[in-house]
Design a protein around this ligand. Structure first.
Ligand SMILES: [Zn+2]
Length: 540
């Protein structure tokens, strides 16, 4: 039977189970290897040489198929350390970075207060939902439908409308609870609603209870979204939008997708990416990642392709490092062109979005790109900075074996890529032969007869080293023919230059410079491209 004392620990142990992965807990004592869905190691409770101790991340449970010993994080910690219940959770709380609750029955008044906050939020949610379909909420309904929300979606996500006047403040008589719920504030003229004239998105806890709201402005005023401030039942740092709906899918899809906005998260969820969530208008926190990593450690971060998005991705990368396992699959996807996932889905459909997700950059490459982009790796100082940056990130990886492999990977890349900067780049000076006298005369004729062409092609004509003064016979060219002549000549000269360049590169390679290999193939491609262009133009 549950005593009040047990009740307080129950919440705490639930939270421990939520925060800590059994693979981490067992993995500290027993080296584990992943095989299939589960992890295996040698049983710490009986003597064995081949692993029969199985740990299931999903179930949060371990079991020995040799001696039959089994348990969750708490009973494992108790048995393996020969500890009592209290010491075991103390040890685990330490691991999770959590404070132990006072060892006393939970104050029934606190429990009751939380219950009443859940209750107020639930009732408010219903009121907002009703309001959306009244005259007051017509513009909100129009807006949300305009964003592509069906009535079914509106119902599922319990989207509502907070009117311009006070809806909540007058409904309940317990002023303190209203303030504690974040729904109302006290002003000079009494209580007033915090959310007014807003499209309301309820925020649910993992169990699907309404704990807070996010209100979107409808009149174009900034900020676009305001959220309930933290309350006893809502902590922004550890809540991700859409998680209650995404839980199942995260398990099934064996990954989660993190987008920036809640509308994006909803659109993703209803378009087949049920595993999508969004942080609540804040930057991503460790607690967010922790929550997502409970069922698996595969995350696709989906950010805007702009500078802010790149920065957010870099931040996310830093936060996710401590959570890496050898089986983790962390990726970074960018939505470019100033669009967000909602617009991608609208314009390109699920295929376009899938493509973006599928082509996401994995963490190894992303980190490498960051190091190369943020530091001037062409200089020794820049390389030193980039190296320090990489090291500081890798240090965060808890699994030492994995850290070692990351280090090796980057050592290899540093050697392959950064070495080449240390050698001076091949210097190629190409000098094209002077232009022949017939071409020269033609150009002098064109420049003197069509000054507009002379101006248009000044840059090119200037490189030819011709003296344009002087008389030449009238060649009777039209302006079109004259322009075509210049363009063809320009193309031909460029191709001549490319061919000479290629010859020089091949010479350098014959002398043992392997670094020019890429440049040779690049030059080849250019030659091919411009030859085709020239042929096309000649035929015209
Ligand atoms: Zn055993």
């Amino acid at each position: 039977m549950a005593t009040p004392g047990k009740f307080s620990y129950k919440n705490f142990t639930d939270e421990l189970r939520e925060r800590l992965s059994i693979v981490d807990v067992v993995g500290r004592r027993v080296p584990l290897t992943k095989k299939g869905q589960n992890y295996w190691g040698c049983c710490p409770f009986h003597n064995e040489k081949t692993p029969s101790f199985c740990v299931s991340e999903d179930k949060g449970f371990c079991k020995c198929f040799g001696c039959g010993e089994s348990g969750d994080i708490i009973s494992f910690t108790m048995k393996v350390n020969n500890m009592d219940f209290k010491s075991a959770i103390e040890e685990l709380a330490n691991m999770a970075g959590m404070k132990m609750p006072e060892y006393k029955p939970r104050d029934p008044r606190i429990v009751q207060r939380e219950e009443s906050l859940f209750d107020i939020c639930e009732q408010a949610c219903k009121l907002y939902q009703e309001k959306l379909f009244t005259v007051d909420g017509a513009h909100a309904l129009e807006y949300v439908r305009g964003r592509g929300f069906t009535d079914e979606m509106i119902a599922k996500y319990r989207i509502g409308y907070a009117p311009k006047n006070n809806l909540i403040a007058g409904k309940f008589n317990n002023a303190k609870q209203l303030i504690d719920s974040g729904l109302c504030r006290r002003g000079d003229y009494g209580m007033y609603d915090f959310f007014r004239d807003k499209l309301m998105f309820p925020i649910f806890n993992a169990k699907g209870k309404v704990v807070a709201f996010s209100g979107r402005s409808l009149d174009g005023s900034e900020p676009k979204y305001i959220n309930t401030t933290d309350t006893d039942i809502f902590h922004k740092r550890s809540t991700v939008f859409g998680f209650n709906f995404a839980r199942e899918s995260i398990h099934r899809a064996n990954r989660s997708i993190v987008v920036e906005g809640q509308i994006d998260a909803i659109k993703m969820q209803v378009n087949g990416f049920g595993e999508t969530v969004a942080p609540l208008g804040t930057a991503l926190t460790e607690e967010h990642i922790n929550l997502l990593c409970k069922s698996n450690r595969n995350i696709v971060f989906c950010f805007d392709g702009d500078t802010a998005g790149q920065k957010a991705a870099a931040r996310a990368c830093g936060i996710v490092m401590p959570f890496l396992r050898d089986t983790s699959d962390i990726k970074f996807a960018f939505v470019s062109g100033g669009k967000d996932p909602d617009e991608i889905l609208k314009t390109g459909g699920v295929d376009a979005m899938s493509k973006i997700i599928d082509e996401a950059t994995n963490l190894t490459d992303f980190l490498w790109e960051l190091a190369n982009k943020n530091y001037v790796v062409a200089t020794p100082g820049g390389r030193a900075q980039a190296e320090k940056f990489l090291d500081s990130q890798l240090e965060k990886i808890a699994d030492t074996e994995l850290r070692k492999h990351y280090k090796q990977e980057y050592d290899k890349r540093k050697f392959q890529t950064w070495q080449s900067w240390k050698k001076p780049k091949a210097v190629i000076n190409i000098k094209l032969p002077d232009i022949d006298s017939i071409s020269k005369n033609t150009l002098v004729y064109i420049v003197n007869n069509y000054p507009e062409l002379a101006e248009k092609y000044l840059d090119f004509l200037g490189t030819l080293g011709i003296d344009f003064d002087g008389d030449v016979p009238d060649l009777g060219m039209t302006i079109e023919a004259a322009e075509k002549y210049i363009v063809l000549l320009k193309l031909q000269r460029y191709l001549d230059k490319l061919n000479l360049q290629k010859k020089e590169l091949i010479n350098q390679r014959l002398m043992g410079n392997e670094d020019v290999r890429d440049e040779i193939s690049k030059t080849d491609e250019e030659i091919k491209k411009y030859t085709e262009k020239l042929q096309l133009l000649t035929r015209l």
